[in-house]
Design a protein. Structure first.
Length: 63
């Protein structure tokens, strides 16, 4: 069985620094753009509205 590669502490720290910087850069890039406006709700049929209301009632009872 081959021996596992040994990495020095400096290599591990450098890898963590690179990952942290990449995460911070990605977060900054995502925060730079505003979120798109939510889509307006589309009208539903009366049958679907009744079904949705029934489910919401059941969920309210469960809580």
């Amino acid at each position: 069985m081959p021996k596992p590669l040994r990495m020095s502490r400096r290599t591990w720290v450098a890898a963590w620094v690179v990952l942290c910087v990449a995460g911070i850069a990605a977060t900054a890039a995502l925060n730079a753009f505003p979120a798109p406006d939510p889509q307006p709700e589309k009208p539903v049929s009366a049958e679907c509205a009744e079904y949705i209301a029934d489910i919401e009632t059941q969920l309210a009872r469960a809580n």
